[in-house]
Design a protein around this ligand. Structure first.
Ligand code: A5P
Length: 244
């Protein structure tokens, strides 16, 4: 293949996956009703949802949005979405967010490649109905197939937390910026990208991560998704978690 042909192929795949993200996002936004408090996710798929929600707000929909990152906050503000915080709105009716991997069956998730996992998890935990939107490539048999687990840590003594992650069988690497400085989250913490290989029991791993001192949060979201809307070539498929 020529360089041009490869370039065209890449742009075809990217456009298609954008289309799949967009149809998943629009189907979730159709669930939003007047008067709701809505959690606004982070990432390229969630950005399509915020965009679609902004359009509905401009058409007269009355909601309050709770953004999960500064990036989403800026996008929502620019679209005229009224924003609030968790202090005034302790319960969120609906949150629409993306994911990096979705596990078939229980719909456990890996999240946090965008670095917003802490606020995303706080918002998800305060939410009555978490709708995850993704293109179909995110659905996997077992988590960890192609993504590491992001683990957010306090900068003070982070190497200690890294060693504990190694003791759990992980291979942690400090997330860095292009200039090699540590990536710092909205909350002022570091992220360790931790490769655990295929994760046989995500719930046990999540418990073990929760017990490490210095770990603020991690990207394993266990049984938090009420449903997953997957954009595919044949349209949007909605998955619900299998019962335990
Ligand atoms: C942000 O911190 C993440 O949890 C995102 O939701 C996740 O990385 C999915 O992002 P994309 O929709 O861009 O794939």
């Amino acid at each position: 293949l020529t360089d041009d042909a490869i370039g065209n192929l890449y742009s075809y795949v990217a456009q298609n996956s954008d289309h799949l993200k967009q149809i998943a996002a629009e189907s979730a936004v159709a669930q939003v009703k007047d008067g709701m408090v809505v959690g606004l996710g982070t990432g390229s798929t969630a950005a399509f949802a915020t965009q679609a929600l902004g359009k509905r707000v401009q058409e007269g929909l009355d909601i309050v949005g709770i953004p999960t990152s500064r990036q989403t906050e800026a996008q929502a503000k620019a679209l005229g979405i009224r924003l609030g915080g968790l202090d005034e709105h302790g319960e969120i009716d609906l949150t629409i967010d993306g994911a990096d991997e979705v596990e078939k069956g229980p719909l456990n998730l890996i999240k946090g490649y965008g670095g917003a996992l802490l606020r995303e998890k706080i918002v998800a935990s305060a939410t009555k109905r978490l709708i995850i939107i993704a293109d179909q490539s995110k659905l996997v048999e077992k988590l960890g197939a192609s993504h590491f687990v992001p683990v957010e840590v306090i900068p003070f003594g982070w190497r200690l937390a890294a060693r504990k992650l190694e003791n759990l069988g992980g291979k942690p690497e400090l997330r860095t910026n292009p200039d090699a400085s540590p990536f710092v989250t909205d909350g002022g913490h570091y992220i360790l990208n931790c490769n655990f290989g295929l994760i046989a029991d995500p719930a046990s791993l999540a418990d073990a991560l929760d017990r490490i001192v210095g770990v603020v949060e991690h990207g394993l979201f266990i049984r938090m998704a009420a449903e997953v809307r997957l954009g595919g070539m044949a349209g949007v498929e909605t998955l619900f978690p299998e019962k335990r």
